[in-house]
Design a protein around this ligand. Structure first.
Ligand code: SF4
Length: 458
């Protein structure tokens, strides 16, 4: 088993494979660039978005369902969303959500299942990011190949890493998980299949695309890992990714993202096992849950080997990611508490016309978005569809958050870039320097810089 980030795994060099994957990455980088119209200035430009576009945002491509919580909370969230279809939460989104638990804006919009990409489009600051269609197609093809012919190709890594007997003495059972049913039914069926498989320690069971329920900020999300193998009363998440492992090396960023995503699945499995046992998940983030059907704290990552379609697998220790995810999700304020802070009548409805084009006045929508506090950081640009909009707001307000959370923390009570510059300048009041440690440090740094530059000039 390779822990993550273990030295060996972390030391894997960043690999940019040529061919289709390289093309994809280039395309993704281009897609992440904001258009000048979208990023220039602070006024939101009006962009007509076809809401019926199935590929309008990333969420459509993910393998997760999210249905509303019971009344009346569901009613309140539906009012925020309007008639638009509810968007899915997924493991990637949850990992990103957990990475910024202080952002109430994202928490509310995600809980309500609002299409943040469409909102960003309407506000004039779309932020296209995520997997390209090519990468998604490549991943789908690779997974299909692994699972074809009764999982013939997938069996090899399962034998090598999980100990599945190769002599056929213990056949791999694959129960029907009712994939055509609704999320609630599928989640119930998954829980039943997990309990059944865990009850026979000698059996080997593969849950193919199980659906797991996870409560996030008081709202249920449904997550769908690629596969879960159950044996000996415990289970292991199998995460299939399309990025290649070349000569034993993989892109560390992608391995890390896969580990964070898998940690969300493990957390959902812990909740499922606890629910089956009629208890709750143990509070200790590093504690190994001993309940029947509980997940191992390492996951099996299966990727293409080199440039072939043959699989290679590695066991990834996700304890650190699991602890982080649990801590961050637990810190998130319950959604109903967030809703209580909204002004009556607040709505993110884009009011689409018959052609699916939004008609909601941009200024009105911007006011609604603005009414929910955000916690912008530069990381948002690669993890949230509203990243460009929130960055523009931070720039307009001259907030220090635009420089990163580290700088924000260092500057203490100084909240604006202008304030920081003033504190460092010669005109800063002596009283400010004495009363504010950050101001004093800025002033000292400015003096050192001036001295150094003066020395150079001399
Ligand atoms: S981009 Fe905005 S809404 Fe999204 S997480 Fe960042 S601050 Fe929150």
């Amino acid at each position: 088993m390779i822990p993550h980030p273990a030295p060996a795994l972390s030391a894997w060099p960043v690999v940019l494979p040529p061919g289709p994957a390289g093309t994809v990455r280039g395309g993704a980088r281009r897609a992440r660039r904001a258009s000048p119209a979208a990023t220039a200035g602070c006024a939101a430009a009006t962009v007509r978005t076809r809401l019926s576009d199935p590929d309008a945002t990333l969420g459509r491509t993910m393998n997760v369902s999210h249905i509303g919580p019971p009344e009346p909370l569901a009613q309140r969230l539906a009012e925020l969303r309007g008639p638009a279809p509810q968007r899915s939460l997924n493991a990637r989104a949850l990992a990103a959500l957990a990475a910024n638990p202080g952002c109430r804006r994202r928490a509310v919009l995600d809980a309500a299942g609002i299409d943040k990409g469409a909102v960003a489009q309407r506000l004039g600051r779309p932020a296209p990011f995520g997997q390209s269609p090519f990468a998604i197609a490549r991943g789908t093809m690779f997974e299909s190949r692994l699972k074809a012919d009764d999982y013939a190709v997938l069996l090899e890594p399962l034998r090598r890493h999980l100990g599945l007997p190769s002599d056929g003495a213990a056949p791999l059972a694959v129960p029907d998980l009712l994939r055509r049913s609704g999320p609630a039914v599928r989640a119930e069926r998954t829980a039943a299949a997990l309990a059944e498989a865990a009850a026979d320690p000698s059996a080997w069971t593969l849950l193919d695309h199980p659906l797991l329920r996870l409560t996030v900020a008081g709202s249920p999300a449904y997550l769908e890992p690629d596969a879960v193998v159950v044996h000996g009363g415990r289970c292991t998440v199998v995460e299939i990714k399309s990025f290649p492992v070349l000569d034993g090396s993989a892109d560390p960023a992608k391995v890390g993202a896969a580990a964070r995503q898998a940690a969300v699945y493990v957390l959902a499995l812990q909740e499922t096992a606890a629910a089956l046992a009629g208890t709750t998940v143990a509070p200790g983030p590093y504690a190994v849950q001993a309940l029947p059907g509980s997940p191992e704290l390492s996951v099996l990552l299966v990727c293409p080997k080199d440039f072939s379609n043959r699989p290679t697998a590695v066991s990834v220790d996700i304890r650190r990611e699991l602890a982080t995810t649990r801590r961050q999700l637990a810190r998130m304020t319950a959604v109903d508490e967030l809703l209580d802070t909204l002004a009556p009548g607040t709505s993110f409805d884009l009011a689409p016309d018959q052609a699916g084009l939004p008609t909601r006045p941009v200024a009105e929508l911007a006011d609604a978005v603005e009414s929910v506090p955000a916690a912008y950081g530069p990381e948002c640009l690669s993890s949230c569809e509203l990243g460009f909009h929130c960055r523009a707001q931070a720039r307009c307000d001259d907030r220090v958050e635009q420089l990163g959370r580290g700088v924000r923390g260092e500057l203490g009570s100084i909240r604006t870039v202008a304030g920081a510059l003033a504190a460092a300048g010669p005109a800063a009041a002596a009283g400010d320097r004495e009363s504010d440690e950050a101001a004093a440090r800025l002033s000292y740094a400015a003096a050192l810089r001036a001295e150094a530059l003066g020395g150079c000039a001399g």
